[in-house]
Design a protein around this ligand. Structure first.
Ligand SMILES: [Zn+2]
Length: 287
């Protein structure tokens, strides 16, 4: 979804300002002595490719820069690593990063998976099961969704498959029974297609109105052992596994901002994002 130049520039300026303050604050907090509790971050991507002023698309060469940075600094961790860290069973290096990708778009298999395999960076692809195999390119989507064959092939590249609900709707804004079905139906389908049971869930949209303590409980009861929101923040040991924060990585940003994002400069973006999220829903996110 392209946005207007005015909004794009305003948002980039806001992100840069937040990054600068976030970075300064974090430096002050830790004092650079490394004595603060280790924090890990989960990054959210969507599609990969050229898409003018579409924050949902990161260029493959830029994504490769990100992976190179993660690999060179030995920051790559898997979903299992993060969850063992959350449970207090494993210590992870401060600043470790888990790469996740939402929606199950073709470019995840076409561009991201081969690069992640090459750099040895594990990750999670969150699939919206009702959209598997769908193609809305005629309606203006930049690309089609992955087919089941393509989803099934993702683990060969080191990717874990998770659920991004059955349809791409806000679980917090529907009756609880329906929200429960979203998690159940999606898990049922994914479990049929994947070798290992699918135990991770990422909320569609994932902002405040999209998740509640009740939806979190329903998802946990369905068998999801990790549930991710889209609100920014770092993950520390003992964090609530049914409400784990993630940090959005957007297209059209300078490569030098990526290390700052990994080091927590965008943790405070949540405040700004709360006011912007409604404007960002991609056209594919049907009602
Ligand atoms: Zn999504």
């Amino acid at each position: 979804m392209s946005v207007s130049w005015k909004r794009w520039l305003a948002k980039k300026a806001a992100r840069n300002a937040v990054m600068a303050t976030g970075w300064a604050t974090r430096n002050l907090r830790s004092g650079g002595n490394g004595h603060s509790a280790p924090e890990v971050r989960v990054l959210t991507y969507h599609g990969f490719g050229e898409a003018t002023r579409d924050p949902y698309y990161v260029r493959p060469d830029v994504f490769e820069d990100h992976l190179r940075y993660i690999a060179e600094h030995d920051l790559a961790v898997s979903l299992d690593d993060v969850m063992a860290f959350v449970r207090g069973e494993r210590l992870l290096k401060d600043g470790s990063v888990l790469v996740t990708m939402d929606d199950g778009l073709l470019s995840v298999a076409e561009h991201a998976a081969p690069l992640m395999k090459r750099y040895g960076v594990p990750g999670v692809a969150y699939i919206t099961t009702a959209l598997v195999g769908e193609d809305y390119t005629a309606q203006g989507n930049p690309e089609r969704y992955l087919t089941w064959d393509e989803v099934e092939a993702l683990p060969a590249s080191g990717l874990t498959v998770g659920s991004h609900a059955h349809t791409h709707r806000s679980l917090g804004e529907m009756p609880l029974a329906e929200a429960r079905e979203e998690g159940e139906r999606s898990k049922e389908l994914l479990d049929q297609h994947m070798d290992a049971p699918v135990e991770s869930f990422a909320y569609p949209f994932g902002m405040r109105p999209d998740e509640t303590p009740e939806t979190a409980r329903a998802l946990t009861e369905t068998g999801y052992t990790s549930v991710f929101i889209a609100q920014h923040g770092a993950i520390v040991q003992g964090a609530d596994p049914a409400r784990l924060p993630r940090i959005k990585v957007e297209g059209g940003e300078l490569s030098l901002t990526f290390p700052l994002i990994c080091q927590g400069a965008m943790d405070v973006w949540k405040v700004v994002d709360d006011t912007l999220w409604r404007l960002q829903r991609p056209p594919t996110d049907q009602a």
